[in-house]
Design a binder for this molecule. Structure first.
Ligand code: GPK
Length: 836
């Protein structure tokens, strides 16, 4: 029900409508008002947490004003919108981002100082919104920033997890998982108790004839869980466009308690029902690139897809347009296969509820959806068992079978001579039990499928989706190389560097048009600029060194070469290669004379990242890093020549401190396994160089910055299969340098060798699937080259500055423009000059 104010009263509304602060005094008025009234605190009772809350609420009010206007404007313009469906949005902190995007941080710094607080301390009070695992979730967050900045009408849809990704504690060198209860105080979300959707599970399908005598199906008698919307404003940078991120929370359909049960004395049963419903949105699954087929996960996926689609369809129906116009109003992007159930769900809505014919419904569905693939790792490809789907979503299983039937008939007509193709491309895998292959359903139900970097997009066409390229032709498949938002990953994370660049380029336009960075190349020989650039890097290293001392009790010298590998712990990302390299370095140092040691480039090896709670091998690597650190950091022979630090609980806000402090960062996945990587882009943009394999976006980074400005090593993806084959037949020898490392582990140098045997054995005895041995020598040689290069600081500096200047391509703005043009077919809607 629309409830607008009558014409006669609107004048008064406009007169009294909320205004945005623009001055320091107005800002302080807002902060104090919120602290005194919203929080019911006073100047005698105001700590940093309260100062944070007051500041956040002041900025929240600002965002809300533009957010409301943006939604009105977009509704009025009635043009096509994009809906980004992602189970993960790794947003990090919101306050700093809001202040910078509305360009009022300076006002707030001055205001807070006046009130007795330092901005840095206030910002650090905020907990990360950590609704994601790693790259996939952070990409979604960068995309929201770019969509708003570029004025695209866009909504994100996700789940409002009560617990985000677990917090990682390191106890005795082992990872311990601690729950992340982030909702205690979250001023950035708005509960919409009036926006609810009832979602059905289980039940049965009944067939009936409609009035016109047509065979229809209806899904009924299921269990109902209610989805409640929570909205968060997403401000663009330097624009008034403020988009919406809608998170669904689950609750029992009958409210707090089932009163019938409650009143009849079944108090516990009534509470249990409520808790079961709330479980759906309770936790983020902490697996990165791994699927485990749990019923609750499937429930989450359907709950979220069904609520989001209901919402999207409801919005479309208000426009009273014909169904064939749906794809002209709505683009839905599937971030990986997690939201693939949206495909059969939209079919169900169109056929069962709206009585469309199959073919018409199907062409609407295909024109609406796009699918982004983020990995070729087999263990990450989602499959759900047919009996599970049958039980939970009986109507959807029928629809999936019908989609499959139509598809296989099409394939059979077009490839009559190919006997095996039907079994290979069928959505249903004929295993025991049968499985639904979600990636195939996503490909079949979408008009475009994209990979996330050039190599990866080529690989999906020749491996997992090879048959589909033959069936649909190559045009259905495309590449959109990932990007990062320069607002958070340059301006916010590295304000001094951003400012230095702005003084050289005559303003901050580069934050909206990152290709402008190329003009920095003109300053590569500018003495003053070089000096400042280097000073900023040093200051960022000092900040990380201070943190390392305070939090981990390890002293590191900021003049050392800072070598950083931060990302989820995973065998394919090969943190084990890195730590084996560190051990090799340590053994070499130990064997040197003091005179030779004096010539060595000092280095600090930083590691950071979470392991999925059930991923034993990844946890073992964390433990090994900590054990090596314990030995190396306390070895008097070594001193500052080598330090090893495991940074606990790596997350977005820590990345903002860590990334700008690197000299070299490691992106060393087995070639062909890392779809893109995005932290690689962040490190280079902040004046660090990379050591990496020819994998993912490393290849495109090399093309942009030039081969001289990156340290590549290792086997190429086209050779990986052969090498694995050789391992399998035992036709290879362990790299002798690596054998030395293993000998030292086995001799107990880093504690009881037994605890690392599975790790060593996976390489020595079990085929070395990730080719650690094959790449080891090349890795060590390249690290030596890095040491040599770093000694010539002027050369190093030239490389880093040149690289920064050449990173324009990797803005997520470029990326979003490509999606908008090639996949979504949407146009921006800039706010008008008059403010409307
Ligand atoms: C890929 F398949 C997955 C996954 O489940 N989670 C995840 O973070 C990552 N990813 C890739 O591993 C990265 O290479 C890539 O840059 C990122 O997705 C974004 O595309």
């Amino acid at each position: 029900v629309e409830a607008s104010i009558p014409e006669g009263q609107r004048e008064a509304w406009r007169k009294f409508s909320a205004k945005e602060f623009t001055t320091k005094d107005q800002f302080e008025t807002e902060v104090v008002k919120h602290i005194e009234t919203t929080l019911a605190r006073s100047l005698f009772n105001c700590d940093e947490a309260a100062a944070y809350a007051g500041t956040a609420l002041a900025f929240r009010d600002r965002l809300v004003i533009e957010w409301n206007k943006t939604q009105q404007r977009q509704t009025f313009a009635d043009q096509k919108r994009v809906y980004y469906l992602s189970l993960e949005f790794l947003m990090g902190r919101a306050l700093d981002n809001a202040m910078l995007n509305v360009q009022q941080k300076d006002v707030a710094i001055a205001g807070l100082e006046d009130l007795g607080f330092r901005m840095e301390d206030v910002i650090s009070q905020e907990r990360d919104a950590a609704l994601g695992n790693g790259g996939l979730g952070r990409l979604a967050a960068c995309f929201l920033d770019s969509l708003a900045t570029l004025n695209y009408p866009a909504w994100g849809y996700a789940l409002r997890y009560r617990y985000g990704i677990f917090r990682q504690e390191i106890v005795d060198g082992y990872q311990v998982e601690v729950p992340d209860y982030w909702l205690d105080f979250n001023p950035w979300e708005f509960p919409r108790h009036d926006v609810t959707v009832d979602i059905q599970f289980y039940g049965n399908v009944r067939k009936y004839m409609d009035d016109a005598g047509k065979q229809m199906s209806v899904w009924e008698n299921g269990e109902i869980v209610t989805a409640v919307a929570y909205d968060a404003p997403i401000p663009g940078y330097g624009t008034k466009t403020t988009n919406n991120l809608r998170l669904w929370s689950s609750k029992a359909s009958h409210g707090e308690f089932d009163f019938t049960k409650f009143n009849s004395g079944e108090y516990e049963a009534s509470v249990a029902d409520q808790q079961r419903a709330e479980t759906i949105s309770a936790v983020l699954y902490p697996n990165d690139s791994l699927e485990r087929g749990k019923e609750l996960r499937l429930k989450q996926q359907y709950f979220w897809c069904a609520a989001s689609l209901y919402d999207i369809v409801r919005r479309f129906k208000k426009s009273r347009k014909a169904w064939k116009d749906f794809p002209n109003q709505v683009a839905i992007q599937l971030n990986d296969t997690h939201p693939t159930l949206a495909i059969p769900e939209l079919m169900r809505i169109l056929i069962d509820n709206e009585s469309l014919e199959w073919d018409e419904a199907w062409s609407i569905v295909q024109a609406t959806f796009g699918y982004t693939n983020h990995t070729v790792l087999p263990e990450a490809l989602e499959k759900w068992s047919v009996p599970l789907i049958q039980h939970l979503l009986p109507r959807h299983l029928q629809i999936i079978y019908d989609i499959n039937l139509q598809f296989l008939q099409y394939v059979e007509r077009n490839f009559p001579k190919e006997r095996d193709i039907l079994g290979r491309v069928s959505i249903i895998e004929e295993s025991q039990p049968k499985m639904v292959r979600m990636a195939y359903l996503a490909v079949i139900g979408s008009h475009k499928v994209n990979g996330v970097a050039e190599l990866h997009s080529d690989l999906i066409k020749t491996t997992i989706f090879k048959d589909f390229v033959k069936i649909y032709g190559p045009d259905k498949f495309t590449n959109v190389t990932n990007g990062i938002t320069p607002r958070r990953w340059l301006h916010q994370a590295n304000p001094r560097l951003s400012e230095l660049i702005a003084t050289k380029l005559g303003g901050y336009d580069f934050l909206k048009d990152l290709n402008l960075l190329h003009k920095l190349e003109a300053f590569v020989d500018d003495k003053e600029f070089r000096k400042e650039f280097q000073e900023i890097k040093y200051a960022n290293k000092v900040r990380l060194a201070k943190y390392t001392k305070e939090v981990h009790g390890i002293s590191v010298n900021p003049s050392s070469l800072f070598d950083i590998q931060v990302k989820r712990m995973h065998e394919y990302k090969r943190q084990q290669l890195n730590i084996f390299g560190v051990i090799y370095r340590y053994l070499e140092l130990k064997a040197m004379s003091p005179a030779d040691r004096a010539k060595v480039q000092p280095r600090v090896s930083f590691f950071g990242g979470k392991a999925a709670p059930g991923y034993w091998m990844a946890k073992m690597v964390i433990h090994l890093v900590n054990q090596v650190g314990k030995v190396v950091n306390n070895d008097k022979d070594i001193g500052d020549l080598l330090k090893v630090v495991f940074l606990e609980d790596y997350n977005v806000s820590k990345a903002e401190m860590i990334v700008p402090a690197s000299d070299i960062s490691e992106h060393i996945s087995t070639a062909g396994t890392e779809a893109s990587g995005t932290s690689n882009m962040k490190f280079v943009l902040n004046g660090g160089l990379l050591i990496g394999t020819c994998d993912g976006a490393n290849i495109e980074i090399t093309r942009e910055v030039g081969e001289d400005n990156i340290f590549l090593f290792g086997n190429l993806s086209e050779d990986v299969e052969d090498l694995r084959h050789q391992h399998f037949y035992g036709e290879y020898e362990l790299e002798p340098m690596l054998k030395k490392v293993f000998d030292s582990i086995r001799s107990g140098t880093f504690g009881d060798a037994h605890q690392f045997s599975a790790l060593v054995d996976s390489i020595v005895d079990h085929g070395d699937y990730y080719l650690v041995s094959d790449d080891f020598k090349s890795y060590i040689d390249t690290q030596k080259l890095i040491d040599e290069t770093y000694k010539d600081q002027e050369t190093w500096l030239t490389k880093t500055i040149t690289s920064v200047a050449r990173m324009g391509f990797f803005s997520s703005d470029r990326c979003i423009d490509e999606y908008a043009e090639m996949i979504w077919n949407i146009e921006p809607l800039p706010p008008q000059q008059n403010g409307a």
